[in-house]
Design a protein around this ligand. Structure first.
Ligand code: NAI
Length: 332
């Protein structure tokens, strides 16, 4: 029987952990691991934490029997890996959890535009059932341009195929087998921008991809095209997007991520109460919000009950694998 402590868990998550790890000595804390509660878990063999638990060398010194850390996140910069290595502590993370979830949100945004969903719902809520001015368009036969054909981009292409869309893609690394299987074509970024009715971003944010869509290339997009961004805000130069929308050079934009929040690394972090006021300020300050051709969601693409369950269940799998002496998803 192992002694394990879980931090930063909600009640519903605690119930699942209790079921799946029955037989072990379990402790639960809704708050992060810190110097104020570390003495309560002095004898644990394993801990599970989210990113607000800063697992420093000083804290590790107070946990002499600790051999395993499961972080309920993809990122692990809140854990002092060098200190863990010195003590022979294994650290596991959750490498993937939301590929189809984010792809589904991408289509929620696309369909909201094609079927004028927001205007339609607002109208009927006011008791007005006139369809006048609510004529949408089919996405069947339209061209989708997917930038980044990794885990999420591939799910978007799989769904696009179901809608019988034409499919173009751009990536620095081509998945040739995937393109044959799903029937999409790799093209240059320029060609993708010129030919797509929907351009959707699914690549990481870094120095190379900063302002990948900018004043110079946004003008290459079709006038009636839509830009969808569920990846990271910094991929798009906000000023370029506003200019294109204001001058009628772009039909609209569906945005789940704004430029100012590019420092965010972990989606689950957005659910923390302390984050919300910050995001609200960002949104309030954002001129884009007032544009009727823009649909903004509050970095919510990951936020499905299934994705949250996958984060939790992968964490429990990581703990179980460690207890079977066959650790998985080890970070180095
Ligand atoms: P992934 O790593 O599986 O795929 C990323 C793809 O982008 C790779 O194929 C890579 O080769 C490509 N890429 C890298 N640099 C590129 C460049 N300069 N130009 C074109 N393509 C490039 O990542 P995954 O899991 O598909 O996630 C994509 C992004 O979605 C993440 O980086 C993250 O920022 C974002 N995301 C957003 C969420 C939300 O809630 N809105 C939730 C989860 C992820």
């Amino acid at each position: 029987m192992a002694s394990l402590a879980f931090f930063e868990l909600e009640n519903w998550e605690e119930k699942i952990v209790k079921q799946r790890l029955a037989g072990h000595k379990l402790q639960f804390f809704s708050r992060p691991l810190s110097k104020s509660n570390v003495n309560k878990v002095r004898n644990v063999n394993g801990i599970a934490v989210f990113i607000y638990s800063k697992v420093t060398e000083a804290l590790l010194q107070k946990l002499p029997k600790l051999k395993f850390i499961a972080t309920m996140s993809t990122g692990f910069d809140h854990v002092d890996l060098a200190a863990c290595r010195k003590r022979g502590i294994i650290v596991s993370n959750v490498p993937y959890y939301g590929e189809n979830t984010v792809a589904e949100h991408t289509f929620a945004l696309i369909l909201a535009f094609s079927r004028k969903l927001i205007e339609s719902a607002e109208r009927t809520r006011r008791g007005n059932f006139s369809p006048h001015g609510l004529c949408g368009f089919d996405i069947k036969g339209k061209t989708i341009g997917v930038i980044g054909t990794g885990h999420i981009g591939m799910h978007v292409l799989r769904m696009a195929r179901g809608f019988e869309m034409r499919m173009l893609a751009y990536d620095v690394k081509k998945d040739v087998a995937g393109s044959k299987r799903l029937g999409f074509k790799y093209v240059s970024l320029d060609t993708l921008l010129k030919k797509s009715d929907f351009v959707t971003l699914h690549c990481p944010y870094n120095k190379q991809t900063h302002h990948m869509i900018n004043n110079n290339n946004i003008r290459k997009m079709k006038k009636d095209a839509y830009l969808i961004n569920t990846a990271r805000g910094g991929l798009v130069e906000t000023e370029a997007l506003l200019n294109a929308l204001n001058s009628g050079r772009l039909a609209g934009a569906g945005i789940d991520v704004l430029e100012e929040e590019s420092a965010i690394k972990e989606e689950k972090q957005l659910l923390a109460k302390r984050f919300i006021p910050n995001l609200r300020t960002v949104l309030e300050n954002h001129i884009l919000l007032g544009n009727e051709n823009v649909i903004i969601t509050p970095h919510n693409a990951f936020n499905s009950i299934e994705a949250l369950n996958r984060i939790l269940n992968t964490t429990i799998d990581n703990v179980s694998a460690y207890l079977r002496k066959k650790p998985v998803n080890i970070v180095k």
